[in-house]
Design a protein. Structure first.
Length: 233
C-alpha cells in the first residue's frame, strides 16, 4: 500500500485556495505559480472534468501541492485505490455518502475528509453538521443543481448560511464553493469567513481549461478579502 501524504499545513491557513476540476498538467503548474494552496481532481468517471488517477498523480509530482480526490458515491475500495494512485491526501465526497461510509474511510488512512453539501437551506447545513462533524474534517458547501452533483457554477445563499458559521466546531472546516469567480469571491470570504475557497468553472476559458488571468485574479481577490477580515476590529 503506498504511503499517503500527510495533510499539508496549507489546509490550516485561512482561507486556503483550492483550484478544482483540473484536467491538464499545465493548469496544475499554473495554479501553483499563481499561489494556489490545494489542487483538486475529479476521479469518479463519467463527468465532464473526470481524469485518471495516474494523471492526477502528475499534478502532485509537478507541484508538490496537496491533492484533493473528488468522488461521487464511490465504493470504498474503488475510492481507496484511486486516491492511493493519485497520491491524494484529501478526500472530497460529493454524493450521498453516509456517516458510516466516512467512518470506514477514516479508519483506513490518515486522510483529511470533506463532505460536500449542495446547499438548499440553512436547515440542511445544520443537519449535515450533526451528521458529519464526528467523522469528517469539514463541510464543502456547494450550490445546488437538480441534475449535477457539483461543478455547476451555481451559488448558494451566503446570507442564509453566514449565521451558522459560529456553529462549526473548533477545527471543523467550512470550505466555500459553488459559482465562485474573481468578481464574487471577496464577498463570499467576507460573509462566510471560510477556512477555504474552491473554484473550478469560475476560472476557466472553456470547460476544463483554466484561464491564467482569471485564476490569478481569483487568488488575489481571496487574499485581499482575507486581509480585510483580519484588519476588522
Amino acid at each position: 500500500m503506498p504511503d499517503q501524504p500527510s495533510p499539508d499545513r496549507r489546509l490550516a491557513d485561512r482561507p486556503f485556495v483550492k483550484i478544482c476540476g483540473l484536467t491538464r498538467i499545465v493548469d496544475a503548474e499554473l495554479a501553483h505559480e499563481a499561489g494556489a494552496d490545494v489542487l483538486g481532481a475529479i476521479l469518479s468517471p463519467g463527468y465532464g472534468r473526470s481524469i485518471t488517477p495516474a494523471l492526477a498523480s502528475q499534478f502532485v509530482e509537478r507541484t508538490a501541492l496537496p491533492l484533493v480526490a473528488v468522488t461521487v458515491d464511490a465504493p470504498v475500495d474503488d475510492l481507496l485505490r484511486w486516491a492511493d494512485e493519485a497520491q491524494a491526501s484529501v478526500l472530497q465526497l460529493h454524493g450521498d455518502e453516509s456517516p458510516d461510509h466516512l467512518a470506514r474511510l477514516r479508519e483506513s488512512r490518515p486522510w483529511t475528509l470533506w463532505k460536500a453539501v449542495r446547499v438548499r437551506s440553512a436547515e440542511q447545513v445544520e443537519q449535515a453538521l450533526r451528521d458529519y462533524a464526528e467523522v469528517a474534517d469539514g463541510l464543502l458547501l456547494d450550490g445546488w443543481h437538480p441534475d449535477q452533483a457539483g461543478g455547476a457554477g451555481v451559488t448558494f445563499s451566503w446570507h442564509d448560511i453566514a449565521p451558522l458559521r459560529d456553529r462549526f466546531p473548533s477545527g471543523f472546516q467550512l470550505i466555500a464553493a459553488g459559482g465562485l469567480n474573481p468578481d464574487n469571491v471577496g464577498t463570499a470570504v467576507q460573509q462566510l469567513r471560510p477556512d477555504g475557497v474552491d473554484v473550478s468553472s469560475g476560472v476557466e476559458s472553456a470547460p476544463g481549461i483554466k484561464d491564467p488571468q482569471r485564476l490569478t485574479a481569483f487568488i488575489a481577490e481571496a487574499r485581499r478579502a482575507a486581509r480585510a477580515l483580519g484588519s476588522e476590529p
